[in-house]
Design a protein around this ligand. Structure first.
Ligand code: CA
Length: 438
């Protein structure tokens, strides 16, 4: 649906010098977010990351640099959230991206008008990019599902529905925050090993989950379905997502209806949404391994087969309080890639509406923990420490089975391909604080 076009040309340079340096935000990326100047009591507004700057879309509109469809799209960005712009659909998104690519290019005659529309990213703070009305979290990595299943059911790690249905649960939208989120270690009902009755105590097994978030563009009416052939047109873009999880609360509560308080205390997303159009060069063929069931027809299409997967390299790092005090750099815990997902973003979206469930602009889908095929590519501590039984030794001598108070978890994501620009998602950071009363 999003064909490669001149906005993906790797030779393009910007008059903003930092956009031409290696980094996440070259001219070929142009991710959207919501920001304001740090420490200023001013309204949040829509911006686009370019190099180490943010371009204020409304200020650029006022400067008169947009016309036609791009101007109408920019007008929808004069809000503290992206929902109205997301609802306009791919033609509007594409028109604004094309205009941004032109006005930010080297030798653009409009550069002089735009200098006053830039805010340095290190002088900006973010709000959630959209009002998230609903949030569903999928389980699309078969490697994660298998290794977590093995911890709970050694003889039967993967349940028989997994290869047929994109599994998900309905998550909690109200506790999603943007990068920088700090949250108190949750208290919950926990069954101590060997005990007959649960106790109510702070969780001892706080974990992260390395995920992608998918923002819905235009939604669908209640009762209507989004066909797989139309699914791309409903995906605005992707962000990084950390689905913080309290494993001891989860172990006691999850049967028979799935996660509840083990997940709903905090979810963190990156401030920038990389659009599906920006991701066009990094799409890959999707398939199930031979011997596995092939997708039911409503989840299958030539687009899914030729370009249903997305090549996004993922990394998760830890910065403990001790590392922070010592000025040490965060330490990588694992790396993975979204290309390993068992289900495509488009299959998740289409399956979500199979029963007529309505999606709305700004709704968020989580991809599920993106663990790769090897143990070292696991996207959670639960997997990396084999259920807490094999603690990790950090370079400074600290050990971790699960997260301690003061630990910050940092997630990064980026796309690289020969003959294309490298684009990235920026950083997602969140921190565990002591439990209430602790
Ligand atoms: Ca999850």
């Amino acid at each position: 649906m999003f064909e490669l076009n001149e906005t993906h040309d790797p030779a393009l340079k910007s008059w903003i010098a930092s956009a031409n340096d290696p980094g996440d935000f070259p001219l070929q990326n142009l991710p959207f977010g919501v920001f304001r100047r740090k420490g200023q009591n001013e309204a949040f507004r829509v911006g686009v990351a370019i190099g180490d700057q943010v371009l204020d879309i409304s200020a650029a509109q006022t400067a008169g640099v947009f016309s036609g469809p791009a101007a109408r799209a920019a007008a929808a960005c004069s809000a503290p959230a992206l929902n109205a712009f997301m609802a306009m659909g791919p033609a509007a998104w594409s028109a604004l991206r094309f205009a941004l690519s032109q006005i930010l290019r080297q030798n653009s005659p409009l550069a002089d008008r735009l200098h006053g529309c830039l805010v340095a990213q290190n002088h900006a703070e973010h709000a959630l990019p959209a009002h998230i009305g609903d949030y569903s979290d999928f389980y699309a990595s078969i490697h994660h599902a298998t290794s977590v299943g093995r911890l709970m059911r050694p003889d039967n790690p993967l349940l028989p529905n997994y290869k047929w249905v994109p599994i998900a649960y309905h998550g909690r939208g109200s506790s999603i925050r943007v990068s920088g989120q700090e949250f108190r270690r949750p208290i919950g009902q926990i069954l101590p090993p060997g005990a007959q009755a649960p106790v109510v105590v702070p969780s001892k097994r706080i974990d992260y989950e390395l995920e992608l978030g998918v923002f819905i563009g235009a939604g669908n009416e209640l009762g209507d379905r989004i066909a797989i052939g139309d699914a791309e047109a409903h995906v605005f873009g992707l962000c990084l997502l950390n689905d913080w999880s309290a494993r001891d609360i989860q172990a006691w509560e999850y049967q028979p209806l799935g996660p509840f308080l083990a997940k709903s205390f905090a979810t963190t997303i990156s401030p920038w949404i990389v659009t599906l159009e920006a991701l066009a060069p990094y799409r890959l063929p999707w398939n199930h391994p031979s011997g596995d069931p092939q997708p039911l027809s409503y989840l299958d299409s030539p687009m899914v087969r030729s370009a249903g997967a997305i090549d996004i390299e993922l990394e998760v790092l830890i910065e403990t309080a001790r590392m922070r005090r010592a000025g040490e750099a965060p330490q990588t815990l694992s790396r993975s890639n979204f290309r390993h997902a068992y289900w495509s973003v488009f299959q998740m979206l289409t399956h979500h509406t199979l029963n007529g469930c309505n999606l709305a602009s700004g709704d968020l889908l989580g991809s599920g923990t993106q663990s790769g095929p090897t143990a070292a590519e696991a996207g959670s501590l639960l997997e990396l420490t084999v259920g807490g039984k094999q603690p990790l030794m950090l370079a400074n001598g600290e050990t971790r089975s699960f997260l301690d108070d003061g630990d910050a978890v940092i997630m990064r994501g980026w796309c690289e391909k020969a003959d294309y620009a490298r684009i990235g998602f920026g950083e997602l950071v969140g921190r565990v604080m002591p439990a209430d009363g602790a």
